[in-house]
Design a protein around this ligand. Structure first.
Ligand code: HEC
Length: 296
């Protein structure tokens, strides 16, 4: 018995070492120089964290007033903006928002067999300005502004620790419920426009960005100066003041919600299930002790 145990433990060790040896060169080779990205504090961080609907509302404003000029959000429907766990705008304001959205929906065919454009309804997706990727590239000097619906899931931060430390960091991420890599990257990207370091040549039409892999991005510094003034048109607004950092933070939080809209309910239900399982365990244990008591 102990022999088999020792054997299987040995096997596990061999597999682990072999795994790390084969993975290590790959990760060094693929990484090259990975920009270091700071972790931010988010209201939805950790196992208890929840979205702050006021922040999501501000973030949507930044998306609408800045990002939507180039990027779509096609996997998010207007009506989701009024659902619980999200920005929770009122249904009427979402209806008005959809009707005024500049990018039309192609619908049809009508009775003449023609496709036609119409204003979006709350059930329609939030579209960007371009009909397709080719049109987007043609307008953006060959670069493609990606759809932002899932961008905080599609991007992550890279940890630059010594390779064996990664196992510890991965376990820590599991236990602390870390899932904000995308938001951290996005914040670093939006606040990462600086003068290039000496000796770094930026190609024509590109911009230096500290967080973007390769440090050259076609997207300009769109949040320069914190363009979205939150108090504008909001009587008695008492939230945070506008700045580049605040705009970047809020839009990153909003896009985290867009990519993971059920986070609030998921965490709530998770805790309820844990409590339920705990009570069941106690009851089963007490029952087991009672039943087996008479066989001693
Ligand atoms: C003037 C047009 C324009 C605006 C406005 C704009 N972007 Fe972009 N964005 C681009 C282009 C072009 C790219 C592709 C860049 C590249 O591939 O070099 C891009 C790329 C991105 C990427 C992908 C970066 C990566 O890791 O691949 C993200 C994320 C992004 N934009 C977020 C935003 C957010 C958030 C806003 C609003 C605050 C915004 N963008 C506003 C043009 C724009």
């Amino acid at each position: 018995m102990t022999k088999t145990l020792a054997k299987s433990l040995g096997l596990v060790a061999v597999v682990a070492i072999a795994g790390s040896l084969t993975l290590a060169p790959a990760s060094f080779a693929a990484g090259g120089e990975q920009p270091h990205i700071e972790h931010q504090r988010w209201p939805f961080s950790g196992i208890f964290g929840q979205y702050d609907s006021a922040q999501l509302q501000r973030g949507f404003r930044v998306y609408k007033e800045v990002c939507s000029a180039c990027h779509g959000l096609k996997r998010v429907a207007f009506r989701s903006l009024s659902e619980p766990g999200g920005p929770q705008f009122s249904e009427d304001s979402v209806k008005a928002l959809a009707a005024e959205w500049p990018n039309q929906i192609t619908d049809g065919p009508n009775d003449e067999g023609e496709m036609f454009d119409r204003a979006p309804r709350p059930s329609d997706p939030i579209l960007g300005p371009y009909k397709n990727d080719k049109a987007a590239r043609a307008a953006q000097n060959g670069a493609l502004p990606p759809d932002l619906s899932l961008i905080t899931r599609a991007r992550n931060t890279h940890n630059d620790a010594w390779f064996p430390v990664h196992f510890y960091l991965m376990a820590k991420d599991v236990f602390t419920g870390y899932q904000e890599g995308g938001a951290n990257y996005l914040y670093a990207l939006l606040t990462g426009y600086h003068e290039p370091p000496e000796g770094f040549t930026v190609n024509e039409g590109m911009n230096y960005n500290a967080a973007f892999p390769g440090h050259q991005i076609a997207m300009p510094n769109v949040l320069d100066g914190g363009p979205v003034d939150y108090s504008d048109g909001q009587e008695g607004y008492n939230g945070p003041a506008s700045s580049l950092e605040q705009n970047a933070k809020d839009v990153s939080a909003f896009l985290s919600w867009a990519a993971d809209p059920t986070l609030n309910t998921r965490k709530q239900i998770g805790w309820q299930v844990m409590l339920y399982l705990l009570i069941t365990t106690i009851l089963l244990y007490a029952g087991k002790r009672r039943i087996w008591a008479k066989f001693h």
